[in-house]
Design a protein around this ligand. Structure first.
Ligand SMILES: [Zn+2]
Length: 291
């Protein structure tokens, strides 16, 4: 068997991940804060067969691949640490011509991974996961985990801050572990719009916002929607090519349609420049801030 080269992008520098060689597997750690040119150069030399990285970094590699500075394509790509947005998944799958796999992990444990079909399954053989449904009609729930296998720090009925959507149908792989259609983001990143009759705060799940923005134009390469403490929606877009004004009109229209469907008043929408740079902070495409 040939030596298999694994590739890791991780956020914090840790001795654990520094170039470890164990048997057939070789791991190499790449710091997300390194300049992208240096990363690309190292990857060209090392040519890893598996990439494990946050989607924001994978998008940068996709750009490098498209521009020709990166010529290596791995056998497997695993998205970690950030929500895999449908837009990012679509771009990555089309650039690299393969399924984007996911690992769902948090400080409380290793909670799920994708099967060969690319479907994320919960690790229900390791961790007991209860589903606290927050919107049963759309199969959205918050996982509540219990892990008896830990002895030093038992985790009992611990409610995570994540919104998951259970798949509507079982996965074709035959696994009996819950199939997840999407990890949507943090509960805290649910936006709130006032109900048009009662004024009551109606939860607007991140995925609703994502779908609305993506539907506006195929030219959108990157976006962020941030709801500020005063309720205002700050939308930032990065396009392939020109036509920003027209796309902004389209995004606004889609958000108004979303408000219509939810019987809500859409807060003021403000367009601001897209400034996110991968590496320093986690990418959250839909976010709610308190200020
Ligand atoms: Zn499966």
């Amino acid at each position: 068997m040939e030596t298999c080269q694994d590739f890791l992008f991780l956020r914090a520098n840790s001795n654990l991940y520094e170039s470890v060689q164990r048997g057939k597997l070789q791991f190499q750690y790449f710091d997300l804060l390194e300049p992208v040119d240096t990363l690309v150069e190292r990857m060209e030399t090392y040519r890893p067969t598996i990439w494990v990285a946050p989607p924001s970094m994978l998008r940068m590699l996709a750009d490098a691949y498209t521009s020709g500075t990166l010529t290596t394509v791995p056998d497997k790509i695993i998205s970690v640490a950030e929500v895999l947005d449908p837009l990012d998944r679509k771009v990555l799958e089309s650039v690299f011509g393969q399924t984007i796999h996911q690992v769902y992990q948090c400080t409380e444990g290793f909670l799920g991974a994708t099967c060969r079909f690319g479907t994320l399954h919960l690790n229900e053989d390791i961790v007991h996961i209860e589903k606290e449904f927050i919107d049963p009609a759309t199969r959205r729930f918050v996982p509540v985990i219990t892990d008896f296998s830990r002895t030093s720090q038992p985790i009992i009925r611990y409610r995570l801050n994540d919104i998951l959507t259970e798949a509507a149908v079982p996965c074709a792989c035959g696994s009996s572990f819950t199939a997840i259609e999407r990890i949507e983001g943090r509960c805290d990143d649910t936006l709130y719009f006032p109900h048009r009759q009662t004024g009551e705060a109606v939860p607007v799940f991140p995925d609703f916002v994502t779908r609305a923005v993506i539907a506006a134009s195929p030219a959108i390469e990157h976006y962020r929607v941030v709801q500020r403490g005063n309720g205002v929606l700050e939308v930032s877009l990065r396009l392939a090519g020109k036509g920003m004004q027209q796309v902004e009109v389209g995004v606004k229209r889609e958000l108004m349609n979303l408000g219509e469907r939810l019987e809500c008043i859409v807060p003021d929408i403000r367009f601001v420049p897209y400034t996110f740079e991968p590496g320093i902070t986690k990418l959250r495409r839909v976010e709610r801030q308190h200020t």
